[in-house]
Design a protein around this ligand. Sequence first.
Ligand code: AMP
Length: 190
Amino acid sequence: MLNIILFGPPGAGKGTQSEKIIAEFNLYHISTGNILREEVKQQTPLGLAAKAIMDAGKLVSDDIILGMVENVIQKNKDTAKGFIFDGFPRTIPQADGLMQLLQKMGLSLSGVISLTVDEPELIQRLLKRAQDSGRSDDTEEVIKKRQEVYRNETAPLLTYYENKKLLHSVNGMGAIDEIYTSIRQILKKL
Ligand code: AMP
């Protein structure tokens, strides 16, 4: 099984590159952001609790996120060719939790692809996306908050995965297809 994390700050292009990876490698997509947005739409108890946190650009609790991810892996592990985690993990406890979950299910992480984009470019991209995304967390204030949360809580995962020899960095500043070519070369070797 090919189990990978597509890592990067908000606006790095994880959603766009995930689609390309899924199309070629046939992986099961686990985007915690998409799952949460669907819960909000369906007005489930989880969605109702998560909405205010998401609208503030903060992180939903690790326990909730890990529970959601465990359910999806459990349901699909016998049929999926592999999983691509997008927007997860976002904290060290989530990363530890993922390792334990995978181990418990007899699976392992093949690698982490990190998309690097500088912060001014990220903010520009997100402001542009805000014009037609309809996402309630794509306002300038929340965009800046999400970058701050990324810097403080999520960026430490780069060292975490580097220490485990799982980290592969890709320059996320170029054209979409060029970036995908670099990702693809890495995935072929995992
Ligand atoms: P995203 O679509 O990945 O940018 O996620 C949108 C929002 O959902 C984030 O700003 C968080 O509020 C929440 N969220 C998504 N994934 C996670 C996660 N792994 N941990 C905590 N909160 C998350």
